[in-house]
Design a protein around this ligand. Structure first.
Ligand SMILES: NC(=O)c1ccc[n+]([C@@H]2O[C@H](COP(=O)([O-])OP(=O)(O)OC[C@H]3O[C@@H](n4cnc5c(N)ncnc54)[C@H](OP(=O)(O)O)[C@@H]3O)[C@@H](O)[C@H]2O)c1
Length: 286
């Protein structure tokens, strides 16, 4: 059977509004690989990382050339309904046609249909709406990997209370990281870039302190929140000068764990790490 569908595509890298277009695509179900599953996509997210890659920004990682005459479909995750399962009996044991699944990693989820390896599928229960299911894997996996990286950065013996500092704390990953930290008895201190964002975050996810880096005394506010306790780990999703700022607050021998470059991937002064003998680490799940 041949399926005709639409996809968001691009043939070159650049600003999304310049390079993205919609194209008709075809897929022959006979071409489905042994381990593959054909999914009709119901919803897919737009991550900052999608835009970084599309725009060929350095923080998007190495650019994979798009062969002449072909089109790239962006998007790595989403939620959809299984249309057809490949011949691997293990896949047929775990999944069934018509089942609703979240998927990651997938290549090309910004389309009406996507082919995904069966190991990348997760069944989704009815009470989870598409908007949540579509974006519950990348960010959740990232938050889990981050908290582990943070834990591994602590030097034993670990004596509670353990504090972490996180910027871009209102982001999807930031909120999950806060929640995962709280679940483990860790005390997050959250940073956002404006008082409006701080207000929104306090009402959406109340609890740990939130400070806006637009306040000139935000570093003093963080020190007061620490109340004399040490800060050994800070999480950075912004890059550039934000790393220098965090470095002023992390204690001797501590770590800054970068996992994104929402602001810039240039401009960090590595000498900001030197006075307190800090380590700069990075986490990437792709
Ligand atoms: N390492 C990995 O494998 C991995 C995986 C997934 C995501 N990430 C990274 O995680 C970070 C968050 O992603 P997300 O999908 O969770 O983001 P998101 O939900 O789209 O939220 C973006 C947030 O970042 C804030 N922000 C944007 N630009 C900023 C700037 N220049 N300065 C300060 N704050 C800024 C926004 O603040 P306002 O509320 O003020 O608008 C917003 O709260 C990104 O850096 C992304 O690349 C990394």
């Amino acid at each position: 059977m041949q399926i005709e569908f639409r996809a968001i595509v691009h043939s070159e890298y650049g600003a999304p509004e310049k390079v993205l277009t919609i194209a008709e695509r075809q897929f022959k179900t006979e071409d489905l690989g042994v381990d593959d599953v054909l999914v009709k996509v119901r919803a897919r997210p737009v991550h900052p990382g999608d835009i970084h890659i599309l725009s060929a920004l350095p923080q998007g990682g190495p650019i994979v050339p798009i062969p002449e005459g072909t089109l790239r479909v962006p998007g790595f995750e989403g939620v959809g309904t299984i249309l057809q399962i490949g011949t691997n009996p293990e896949a047929a044991k775990r999944f069934s046609e018509g089942q609703r699944v979240a998927f990651f990693p997938a290549m090309g989820s910004w389309a009406e249909y996507v082919v995904v390896r069966y190991e990348s599928l997760l069944p989704v229960s009815d009470e989870i709406p598409d908007q949540i299911a579509a974006q519950m894997l990348i960010n959740t996996v990232t938050a889990s990997v981050l908290i582990k990286a943070g834990h591994n950065s602590l030097k034993p013996p670990i004596t509670p209370p353990v504090y972490i500092l996180q910027n871009a704390a209102a982001s999807g990953v930031g909120r999950l990281l806060t929640q995962v930290a709280l679940d483990r008895g860790v005390r997050p201190i959250r940073l956002v870039r404006s008082n409006e964002s701080a207000e929104r975050l306090r009402s959406a996810l109340p609890g740990p302190p939130v400070y806006s880096t637009s306040d000139s005394n935000w570093k003093q506010q963080v020190r007061e929140a620490l109340g004399g306790h040490k800060l050994n780990v800070a999480f950075d999703a912004l890059g550039g000068k934000a790393i220098d700022d965090l470095a002023e607050l992390v204690d001797d021998g501590g770590s800054i764990i970068n996992f994104g470059s929402l602001q810039s991937n240039i401009g960090a002064n590595i000498y900001s790490l030197a006075p307190n003998n800090l380590s700069l680490k990075s986490v990437s799940i792709m």
